[in-house]
Design a protein around this ligand. Structure first.
Ligand code: BEZ
Ligand code: FE
Length: 277
């Protein structure tokens, strides 16, 4: 086609992908083109602004490394990650709610015996975490594989520490016959998401703070059940109502209590959704 103009260019681009073989790819690309063009029209995008946007995305890509995922961070602060979680995790109200995955999960973390100290030297106040994993009818789920990960008391994940060659405040556990598992770790503290890249610039420009309320991450897998990716948030945290990535659910907030012996305790009973055939 020739002489496309601002009126007919959207249809011209849509026509150009008419033969896309995979129907889902076609649907997604059609919607992307329509919404991108509508966005440009709505804001009356200038060529300078388009170039600034391209530079922003280029810088986002350049910031990514094996352990730093600036695009996930961008999706998180734009609420896109939490929107995808919310749209794809509809389940009975009794099930534990899901929340954002975040960029700091590491596959293949060390496996620990029940009751072990997963902090493994991470600085922080020791905290015992006692949990159960059950199904909707209250049945204990034995042999569930649990990944847990968290930041230390300075708000840093092990993978962010240069020169650290072992996992800290991160590990895998297996639930026992009665569905329980427990481990020692450290009291989670609020921390800012990384702001030394383009996402930080964006937060600054839009007058947003980068803080996440204190939390522990969990991923729980068990045969016959949907995998659960979630957090437990610390009750009383000042950022529960302004999480930089919109991940807080009321049902995921728990107290961390100081025990008579001076140690801290957090508890949570997870409920997994059965997998549908
Ligand atoms: C996290 O909780 O680890 C996290 C989630 C989203 C963005 C940054 C960090
Ligand atoms: Fe986190």
């Amino acid at each position: 086609m020739r002489n496309v103009n601002k009126e007919n260019i959207t249809q011209a681009v849509l026509d150009s992908i008419a033969h896309t073989a995979d129907p889902r790819t076609k649907q997604i690309m059609q919607a992307l083109i329509r919404h991108l063009h509508a966005f440009a029209r709505e804001v009356e995008l200038t060529e300078d602004e388009l170039m600034k946007g391209i530079e922003f995305l280029t810088a986002t890509g350049h910031k990514c490394t094996g352990t730093r995922q600036e695009f996930i961070l961008l999706s998180d602060v734009l609420g896109l990650s939490m929107l995808a979680v919310a749209m794809n995790n509809d389940k009975p109200a009794a099930c534990t709610e899901a929340t954002v995955f975040g960029p700091f999960f590491v596959p293949g973390a060390p496996h620990y015996d029940d009751g072990a100290d997963v902090a493994n030297g991470a600085p922080g106040t020791p905290c015992d975490v006692r949990c159960t994993v059950r199904g909707l009818r209250g049945e204990p789920i034995a042999g569930a594989e649990i990944d847990v990960w968290q930041a230390d008391d300075e708000g840093t994940y092990d993978v962010q520490k240069e020169g650290l060659d072992h996992a800290q405040a991160r590990g895998r556990l297996t639930s026992r016959a009665d569905g329980s598992f427990h481990f020692r770790s450290i009291v989670p503290e609020a921390y800012p998401i990384p702001t030394d890249g383009p996402v930080g610039t964006l937060l600054h420009a839009t007058k947003r703070h980068p803080w996440r309320p204190a939390h522990l991450h969990f991923m729980i897998k068990a045969p016959g059940y949907e995998t659960l990716v979630t957090h437990i948030f610390r009750e009383g945290d000042e950022y529960l109502d302004s999480d930089a990535v919109f991940g807080v659910r009321q049902s995921l907030i728990r107290a961390i209590d100081r025990q008579a012996d001076g140690t801290y305790l957090m508890a949570y009973d997870f409920v997994l959704n059965p997998q549908t055939a």
